[in-house]
Design a binder for this molecule. Sequence first.
Ligand SMILES: [Zn+2]
Length: 381
Amino acid sequence: MRPREDRVSIIDTTLRDGEQAAGVAFSREEKVRIARMLDAAGVDEIEAGIPAMGGDEAEAVRSITALGLRARVTGWNRAVLADIDASVACGVDAVALALPVSERQIESKLGKCREWVLRQLRESVGYAKRRGLYVSVGAEDASRAEPAFLLDFARAAEEAGADRLRFCDTVGVLDPFGVFEAVSRLTAVLHIPVAAHTHDDFGMATANALAAARAGATFLDVTVNGIGERAGNAALEEVVMGLRHVLRRETGVLPEKLAGVSRFVTGVTHQAMPPWKAIVGSNAFRHEAGIHADGVIKNPESYEPFPPESVGASRRIVLGKHSGRNSVIHVFQEMGVAITMDEAKSLVALLRDDRPHGDRPTGTPSLLEMLDCLRHRKSVA
Ligand SMILES: [Zn+2]
């Protein structure tokens, strides 16, 4: 086993796997903008697309390699020489060569055998290395492969000169314990770095990415907002912050840039972000419940795992049926209005009263009337 490396490198595949999400298609300008933002955020590697598709896809990859980014730019390929030629023509620094390793995929998808897989592997890796490329070999469907064959495949990739092995939980079927075991078996014998590519079919993509890091993977695949095939991939923002605050491991990514990249990608995918989405959802730092809001007002650490400013977001105490008196006072204070404890108490009662206004005792102000009255006080002051 190699000594543990503390820094984890981030491979962003928003432009390849992310764009494979149903209903998502980026324009070339959007791809270039996303690549620039990812580079500025400190992502180590950008999987820019599939050059062998030709047309606009290849043009977009070419535009990205022409930017001269600090991040390594990779093209995704089948383990086919013509695909590698297409990547070279786009000027990429690196190629990801994908080959299936599970029986399901080798036999039913390709109608081939393991010997064919190993032959393609040696031939394509040798070819890409001779063309001066950094080579990442992707073991597709590795989570459902026979462990002994996966090891043979990984060793063959290393012997053929690959620079990295990518462990793919292609259909997201492993839990973090399974990922830890499978990736540990690879990192125990390989000398080249291992990357993990995890999908969110059971909501475990980020947990699985972190488990892979614990098992010695030093590269993790992510996409902005977790977009991607089916239920998506491990999310850039979750993996970076999970590594930092859960595993105490660093990446080169600047967390304060995460909100901006996330907003841009949300905008160009035209798909709504769930408010409760980790790190970048609009509710991620909103507090309503009385005890929580009161705790956060006294000390944010009581109900926040890290300060919102660190990811370019901000904290908000919001009023609702779960609010307590201290939250009400705090919210009005922020608007520059001082209210008494009795007023806060009446406001809380109104917030919790779900009867129609007509059913309340006569003379009770409506919630809006009361809020209006308090706001009026501010304008007088
Ligand atoms: Zn994938």
